[in-house]
Design a protein around this ligand. Structure first.
Ligand SMILES: [Zn+2]
Length: 245
């Protein structure tokens, strides 16, 4: 039976810690570009909203100007009719010109009502645009800061990863070669990347199942290489204070 010295257990625990930290860091670094893309999308959505608001105001103003020129046209029509009025000969002609003038005036007054409505719409749209623009500069700032901090954390993460890598190499070199192979084999077998587990109060901390009493007694007497009967991880005994000696 392979004996596990305290150094062996320490080596395994250390290697396991490095493996977990590496995995966490790698997952984080994989996620950074996704987070950056999310932030870019958020900003894009806002830019589109500003552009849409601007477009809407432009359209409304264009329509408003069309109405303005319609009114101008009608005003000159009215003037002409009024001039004509002075030179008409018959009462019938007079009445008909008068009606013409009244009709055009009625059209203009209708247009003016619509223009008022347009003015209100333009005002509302401009207020909304101002609000959006205020939010925009704030959000632009926030997103820039978030991205900067993500990039910085990722830079640090890459350094930490390189440090872990050399720590791992050093730990692997310093430990028993056979044990290292067993550890690696266990890592491949375990889907969540945890190859070893402490046993506390006869419970495997890897799967929370009880260790058979005889096996637990043996573990307490002196650690030998054993595997949890439930999760098959390498197990070692640890007392309530976290000591394994
Ligand atoms: Zn277990």
């Amino acid at each position: 039976m392979t004996n596990l010295t305290q150094k062996d257990i320490n080596d395994l625990v250390k290697l396991q810690r490095i493996h977990i930290e590496t995995g966490r860091l790698e997952a984080y670094l994989r996620d950074v570009p996704v987070q950056i893309k999310d932030l870019d999308n958020k900003l894009d959505a806002f830019t589109t909203k500003v552009e849409d608001d601007e477009k809407l105001i432009e359209e409304l103003n264009k329509k408003y100007r069309t109405y303005e020129s319609d009114i101008q046209l009608n005003v000159s029509k009215i003037k002409k009719s009024q001039e004509k009025l002075r030179s008409v000969k018959t009462n019938k002609e007079y009445q008909s010109s008068l009606k013409e003038i009244e009709d055009v005036k009625a059209i203009n007054s209708k247009i003016e009502d619509e223009m008022l409505e347009f003015l209100e719409q333009i005002e509302t749209a401009e207020q909304s645009l101002n609000e959006t623009k205020k939010q925009y500069s704030r959000i632009l700032n926030e997103i820039k800061q978030e991205k900067d901090s993500l990039v910085q954390t990722a830079e640090q993460g890459k350094k930490d990863l390189a440090r872990l890598q050399s720590e791992r190499e050093a730990a692997a070199t310093a430990m028993d070669a056979g044990l290292l192979n067993i550890f690696k084999h266990q890592l491949m077998k375990q889907s969540n990347g945890i190859a070893i587990a402490a046993v506390k109060n006869a419970v495997c901390q890897g799967c929370n199942m009880n260790i058979p009493p005889q096996m637990f007694n043996e573990l307490q007497r002196g650690n030998t290489l054993k595997y949890c009967p439930s999760c098959e991880r390498i197990i070692f005994w640890q007392d309530q204070n976290g000591r394994s000696e």
